[in-house]
Every structure is written in structure tokens, then in C-alpha cells.
Design a protein around this ligand. Sequence first.
Ligand code: PLP
Length: 388
Amino acid sequence: MTDSSSDKFATRAIHAGQHPDPATGAIMTPIYQTSTFVQKSPGQFIEDYDYSRAANPTRTALEQNLASLEGGKHGLVYASGVAATGAVIHLLSAGDHVLLCDDVYGGTNRLFHRVFQQLGIEISLVDMTDEAALAAAFKPNTRLVWLETPTNPTLKIVDIEAVARASKAHNAILAVDNTFASPVLQNPLALGADIVCHSLTKYIGGHSDCIGGALITNDTELHNKLKFLQLSEGAVPGINECFLMLRSTKTLQIRVQRHSENAMAIAKHLDAHPGVEKVIYPGLPSHPQHELANRQMHTENGYGGMITIYLTGGLDAAKRMLEKTRLFSLAESLGGVESLIEHPAIMTHASVPPEQRKTLGISDSLVRLSVGIEDVEDLIADLDQSLA
Ligand SMILES: *Cc1c(COP(=O)(O)O)cnc(C)c1O
């Protein structure tokens, strides 16, 4: 047997949810590529499995592993991050009200406003760094509060404990999308959140080769409802995806540490660069919520791999930079081992109405970096030549 009860993240990452295969001793959890499972007698399963939409051993290993990394009792995985988000929204009924943090991930914003609003879900966008604004936004029918921290792309830090207190006082469920921080840098359940949501596509997968989502909770009643929805809606990942994700969590901590180390060096370098007006990075003391980041994040592992910069020039300067980088690839997404660069106003946040983009500070001179784990001197040289 392997020990997965350690209080150390790196050990749980490699062992939690996993056992040598009982049939062969294979150390890696096999890819149980099967849709159905033979029964001993009608309704009597050999193990806990009857049909792979309901459960599959490779998926179970991943679900238990992710639950452990978030310090949660229960984990569920999905075909994508937005499928996981959709499952949470299906806990609601028509007439319920949701508080959504104002610079929430574009796909989350679209799902709430363009799919669920027409089914009778009421939504308010709130700047959750503003406690008074948050307190004023609750309504008697508020059932769900949804936040991300750090936010995308302006990397605001939201005080999870404060929002959890307010949500509890109003009997609302707090769900935290922890994709940007990853469980290496932040564990929202320990700060009072009811559900943690992940896009596994980003840091957890980490290699830009598969799509997936997860929900983790300590609340067994909530888990049972979500499990029922997972079975009923069927937005489950393929078994190969589960295997790849499970393989990825083993290196999650060292990857995030290197992403963070590289990002810190790049943030400091760009902060002193004449072509850059402002660098937003939670690890810089100039970040407005640097102290809060230190309090609620596991900053001994760093401050993450995402950096947002405002260039001194406008759209033309941004386009020039984005066309000239050689190591930083011009692409959406984030969290993979390779460095990416993108222009939120034209790319990831194009669907956000211009007025809202303005309020959020997503201007034409804003550029977002997802810093990879390449050699940091090469990365800095690439950014320097692209800004020259
Ligand atoms: C990518 C992302 C999602 C959506 O995940 P998919 O796996 O693309 O469906 C949700 N939240 C955040 C913060 C993301 O970056």
C-alpha cells in the first residue's frame, strides 16, 4: 500500500487516490478503457462499478487525488472547466440570484448570462474586492456566490475568508474558481468556501494537451447533489484524459514553483522597463493587495505564473510586441509548461462589452503573459527583443 495520508502536498500529489493495480501490481493506475462492468448477480457489482458515466476506477483515482490536494473530502471531474461550472449552476432553480465577481473568466460570464439567465437565474456582477459593494449586493434570493482570485486578467486578489463570512450570513453557497492559483498556491475550502472549481486544462493538466474540470467540496450533502448531476448530465471526461491529468498532478508543485520563480523575475525586470507603464503581479509589493495575497496564498511556493502589463504605447505597441515574441507564443489559455502571450481586449475578453472592459481596466495597451518553465534568461531576452 502507499501512504496518502501525509500532510505534505508533494507526497499527496503522487500517492493520494492511487494504489498499485491489484490485478498486476502496475504502479501506475491503469487506463480502465471500458464503458461497462460485469456483475456477479443482478445489482451485485464486483467492485463499486457498473457503468463508466457513473464511475470508473481511473476517474475515481483522479477525483480522490484532486480532493486531497484541495484538502477536501470529495472530488468530481468533468469534461471541461465550464462543464464543472454548469454543474454548480444546476444546483439552482429559476428565481434564484447569483453574485458573480466582476472580472470573472469569459466562459463563466457567458455561461451565466447567455445560457442560465434565460432559464430564470438572476445575476449581479460585483467588485468583490469592495466589501461594502459586496454586502449591498446580496438579495433575499441570493443562493450562490461565485468568485475567482487572482482574477483574469487584472489579477485582483479577493479576500476569500471575508466573502465566505458574508455568504454564510446570507445562506448562500460560495464557489471559488481556483484555476489561476492552483491548489499549490491556494486552498479555498480552508478559507471557508463550500466548493472549489478548477479548469484542469490550465496548471493542473499543465501541458496544453487536454481539457477537463473539477469540483471539490467537504460538504457531503452538496457532493451527493453534484454527484447526482454528474451522473444525470453526463459531462464526464474520457478515461485517457483522467489518466493524463493524474500523471500531471504528480509534478504540479514543482511546475507551479518554477512558473512562479520565472514570473517573479520577469515581473521585476518588466517593472524597470521603459516600454512598460505598469506591471501587475501579486508578488510585487506595488500590487494593491500584496498583503492579502501573502495572507491567503501559500506564497512560500510563489505567486503564480500570470503577469499582466500595461505598455507605454497603445494598441500598435501591443500588436508589435505580440507579433515579435519568439518563445512566448501568441495564444489564448494559460498554465502550460510553455510561455504564452495574449491581448485580452482582442482575444480572451473580446466578448466582454467595451464599457465593462473599460471599467475593469482591460485597455488596448494591456497584455497578459502566462509564464512557462523555460529558462528564465531566454524568456527575458525574448520579451526584451519584442519590446525593442
Ligand atoms: C479556462 C478557465 C475556465 C474554463 O475551463 P475550460 O477547461 O476551458 O472549460 C474557467 N475558469 C478559469 C479561471 C479558466 O482560466
